[in-house]
Write a protein that binds this ligand. Sequence first.
Ligand SMILES: [Zn+2]
Length: 463
Amino acid sequence: MVLFNTYRFSKEIPTKPTKELPALPDSALSHLRAAIRIPTIGFGDGLPVDTLQFNAFWQLMEHLYPLVHQRLTHQSFNALSRLYHWPGKHPEQKPYVLMAHFDVVPVEAATAKQWTVAPFGGELKNDTVYGRGVADDKSSLISILEATEKLLSQGFQPERDFYFSFGNDEETIGHGAQAIAKYMQEQKIQPEMVLDEGGEITREHFPELKRPVALIAVAEKGYMSFDLTVDQAGGHSSTPAKETAIDILSKGLVKLREKQMPYKVLPVIQEMFQRIGPGLSFAQRMAIANPWLFEKLLVGELEKDKSSNALIRTTIVPTIVQSGMKDNVIPSVAKAIVNTRILPGQTPDDVEFFIRGQVDDPRIVVTKASQPDYNGPAAALDSKGYLLVENATYQVTKDVIPVPFLSVGATDSKYFQPFSEAVIKFLPSTDSKGFHGIDERIPVSDFKRMIYFYQIILTQAGK
Ligand SMILES: [Zn+2]
């Protein structure tokens, strides 16, 4: 039976025809580079932003995309986010929403010197565009507008209504997208598909396949932070008690990190391995085709790498530890913030229960420190939205293997989950580099693929 199941997976993974992508107009590249030169930085939750830059960004968009701004209507939300509406030929069909954000994370002072280009210079070298925000997520916003402007110039009208939701604070608090989602819900606009960032194409994660794999995220993990607080008599450091607040908290954190929450292989991850299974080694195929082996072999493999480990369990990690003001004073309060990313199907209460059990000390008070996310069901793989994204990916990526995926990061599209049929998180960039880090960049070929990807989504969105 083991061998039979394994052979069943030995057949080749099918390929589909690819479109010859037309040349990229020079103007598209200069538009992307101009967008990067405006530093629309989100400094952190609750911290003020330079609204002049955010407004300048919209002025630039209005200048670069005149037809979009003549033919589509738009409304502002949260002052700096925008929702565009492009009416289709058949208003009775449920709309599609394309999402992107144009805020970017700051360039850390400690890493600024390690950049090989000016982070906000919008430089082009070796057929690659560099700059903070080029991968996350301005290339997506610009690609949507490039595709739309081009189609408008050809007199095109989509079959169904499209909305473009462009958030101004995804990297911090997501109020813009939240306000847009609330408005759409109030207006009873029920999207059949919402498409946002999340997964991308990878060659690096499955080198043995020798083919690109498109990780089309159909669900995302929830987000919740917890406060761990110890309140204990302090005093002078010359006469320390046996245990201080810092001691108690430190021991609790060590115990918390000693054990992980139990793994769970979600149906979406099982399906992902089913679809790439035929291209893997015989041992890996054997594991996938035989569920009892799967757990022993595959979970063991997945746990070795931090990225794949995050796909099979809720992760818990301290991110802030605070205590003490003066070197000769024992502080009475020690506090840690622990950030958790919750697997769909588990709740913040489940995680809180686990944290309490692990720290196992009533002197450490555990409380929730953020609002719970809506952690909804995965988009169906036979939904129109998923099939359209999959089909568009085939057309713009030679030899690609599209698979469903779980996004481990939080995106703005979570606010659309409660009232949308299929929320999909995917961009056809390839192993993009420097995400929130140094030398953020995308190859010109990826930018070109993104524009034609959106063009296909817009033109093939009929019934
Ligand atoms: Zn992003």
